[in-house]
Design a protein around this ligand. Structure first.
Ligand code: FES
Length: 156
C-alpha cells in the first residue's frame, strides 16, 4: 500500500468513528428528551401512593428551638398545613391548621390562648374545639410529643 491509500483508509476510519460518535450522541440526547416528556405523562396517568398523598411520612419532626415558648408555627404535615403551638417549655399542641368552615388557615392568638380564623372569625381552643363563629366541627388534633429536643407529630 502506498502512502496516499493509507491516508485515505485512516481518514475513512476516523470519519466513521466520528459518525458513530455523532449517532450515539443523537441517540442519547433523544432518549433524554423523550424520557423528560414520557416520565411526567406516565406519572400523571399512573400515580403512586406518594403522589396521591397516601404515602406520606407518618411522623413529622422538628427542633423544639424552632418555636419559642408561647408561640406557634405552621408546618406541613401529611401534605397539609398543621399548626404546632408551644404553650410552655414542654407543653406542645399540634392541630390541623385548616379551618373546618371554608378551609382558611387558622392563626394562633397568644394573648387569648386560642386559634382564630381570619376569614369569618371562627375560634378554636387548643384541643380544636369550636369556641365561636361559623366552623361546623372541631379541628383535627394530632399527637405532639417532645423527645430529645425534637417535637414529633403523629396521628392520635
Ligand atoms: S373559613 Fe374559617 S371561619 Fe370561615
Amino acid at each position: 500500500m502506498n502512502r496516499i491509500s493509507e491516508d485515505i483508509i485512516k481518514e475513512e476510519i476516523s470519519g466513521g468513528s466520528r459518525r458513530s460518535f455523532l449517532n450515539i450522541s443523537i441517540l442519547i440526547s433523544s432518549a433524554v428528551v423523550l424520557g423528560g416528556i414520557i416520565y411526567p405523562v406516565l406519572k400523571f396517568l399512573f400515580p403512586t401512593a406518594t403522589t396521591v398523598g397516601m404515602g406520606e411520612i407518618e411522623t413529622f419532626s422538628m427542633s423544639i428551638n424552632e418555636i419559642p415558648v408561647g408561640s406557634a408555627k405552621i408546618v406541613r404535615y401529611k401534605n397539609r398545613p398543621a399548626i404546632v403551638i408551644r404553650l410552655k417549655e414542654q407543653e406542645i399542641y399540634a392541630l390541623s391548621a385548616i379551618c373546618t368552615h371554608l378551609g382558611c388557615i387558622v392563626k394562633w392568638q397568644e394573648d387569648k390562648k386560642e386559634l382564630f380564623c381570619p376569614c369569618h372569625a371562627g375560634r378554636f381552643d387548643l384541643y380544636g374545639n369550636v369556641l365561636g363563629g361559623p366552623p361546623p366541627k372541631p379541628l383535627s388534633v394530632y399527637k405532639a410529643v417532645v423527645e430529645e429536643d425534637r417535637i414529633l407529630i403523629k396521628e392520635v
